[in-house]
Ligand binder design. Sequence first.
Ligand SMILES: [Zn+2]
Length: 206
Amino acid sequence: MKSLIDGARRFQDTVYPKMQSLFDELADGQKPHTLFITCADSRIDPSLITQSDPGEIFVHRNPGNLVPKFGDGVTSEITSIEYAVQVLGVSDIVICGHTKCGVMAGLADPDSLVGLDHVGDWVENARETGHAGGHREADTDPSLMALAGRNVVLQLDNLIGYPFVRGRVATGDLNLYGWVYEIETGTIHVYDPDEKRFVSLASIEE
Ligand SMILES: [Zn+2]
């Protein structure tokens, strides 16, 4: 805890004053351009990996960067998505999975979830990646990259099932993106819906 308190003091004393004008502006309201949905994993820092300033990205995090199917009731996910789309009017939504994800590991090896009843239920939201129980390439892919990618695509499918998302995508006001962040290298892989595969961000022309 001491490191957090020391960090908060440093932020207050030296960082905040340097960014005073930005925070003055943000005190009047937020207008983020992007809803960024990612895993709760401590190794993912959305602002760091996208080099975003405060006020730029509206972040929703949960284990496995999952988006429950529309109709599953009031979840924190639908609340964040509805607010970001309907009130803040974001123009982009990114679902960002990552390598070495514990939820993907649980999906690949359900035995690892024994005794974790709630995590087990939550992982059901990713069940359709087709890799629950049994054999798979995930077993030979220690980074779980392939599974993380398939999960992102599945969650994008769930996201487009939200009527207010589908409506704004249809009018061209909202774009959806699937990313996988590779912890081992810092590389971000972006889903190409035409090619139906992930390509590294470095290979995409700006
Ligand atoms: Zn994760």
